[in-house]
Design a protein around this ligand. Structure first.
Ligand code: SAM
Length: 277
């Protein structure tokens, strides 16, 4: 391993430790190679030659950390991302959710809100939104603000609409937003059913009993012990026979908690907590 690479690794560990001690954001269990790539990009943005210089800024200038957080967390998202996942929720999970008098749904790692509005629209079209409360959580405060605003560039709408249709959309996506000044804003009637809050899968605990948890494209950034921590939280948060949906590249196969779940729809990464778990 080249000397510089090893030095980068040492500095990366020290920076992550400094962030944890100073700001209580815990990136120690994140996949190191992917963090390294993102930190390499961040160096240029902060005019730093080394991560030690960046660490100095992070420790001594409180304005730097929120900006660095944008590099440490990946913010890519889409509405009805992987439409077949949402189609499976609609066709196979909703009929079971319908049997509950009220529903709590947790979108963990909600980024800019695309997944939240997709879920709210699906529930509305299935007649379940009125009895639902969606908890949308993330560690990135500016992503949460964006999610709550529910405002997106109009250029993204054709992609959203295509996914919505492929996900079994029952009407027209345009029934759920209004457009103005090159942007669309999702309906306030959807928002009444969503609570946004700061929650970290790395450091926080369980907060309610859920019928469905959707945590997509978050665990891929974690190493195995942190994945296990997060899945442990999900397992504790779910009611018996509650559902857990993961991203298309994620699975419970190697999880310490795999035995507590049945593979409800393995192709769509939808699991169901066992009755006795
Ligand atoms: C790639 S986005 C996924 C967005 C959405 N779930 C989707 O699949 O389109 C990953 C999100 O996980 C969030 N995240 C990263 N670490 C987290 C943690 N420890 N707890 C909660 N969310 C976290 C990031 O801030 C980011 O918004």
């Amino acid at each position: 391993m080249p000397h510089t690479r090893r030095t980068f690794e040492i500095e990366q560990q020290l920076l992550v430790e400094a962030i944890y001690r100073r700001y209580h954001y815990d990136f120690r269990g994140y996949a190191q190679a992917s963090l390294r790539r993102r930190l390499q990009t961040a160096l240029a943005r902060f005019n730093c030659e080394t991560l030690s210089q960046l660490q100095h800024l992070v420790l001594h200038d409180a304005a730097v950390f929120p900006a660095l957080l944008q590099y440490l967390t990946v913010q890519v998202s889409d509405m009805f991302r992987d439409p077949e996942y949402f189609l499976a929720l609609r066709e196979k999970v909703v009929p079971i959710l319908r049997t509950y008098p009220s529903l709590k749904i947790w979108i963990a790692g909600c980024s800019g809100g695309e997944e939240v509005w997709s879920m709210a629209i699906l529930l509305r079209e299935e007649g379940l939104l009125e009895r639902s409360l969606i908890y949308a959580t993330d560690i990135n405060a500016s992503a949460l603000q964006k999610a709550e605003a529910g405002v997106y560039d109009i250029e993204r709408v054709p992609g959203f609409t295509d996914n919505y249709t492929r996900a079994g959309g029952a009407g027209s996506l345009s029934e759920h937003y209004s457009a103005a000044y090159g942007r669309v804003v999702f309906d306030k009637s959807l928002r009444r059913h969503v609570v946004f809050s700061d929650h970290s899968l790395a450091t926080d605990s369980v907060f309610a009993e859920m019928q469905l948890i959707s945590c997509r494209n978050v665990l891929i950034y974690f190493e195995r012990p942190l994945q296990d921590r997060a899945v442990g939280l999900f397992q504790e948060s779910l009611c018996r026979r509650g559902f857990l949906g993961l991203g298309s590249k994620e699975s419970l196969r190697f999880s310490a908690h795999a035995a507590q779940f049945d593979e409800f729809l393995p192709g769509e990464r939808i699991y169901q907590k066992k009755a006795q778990a």
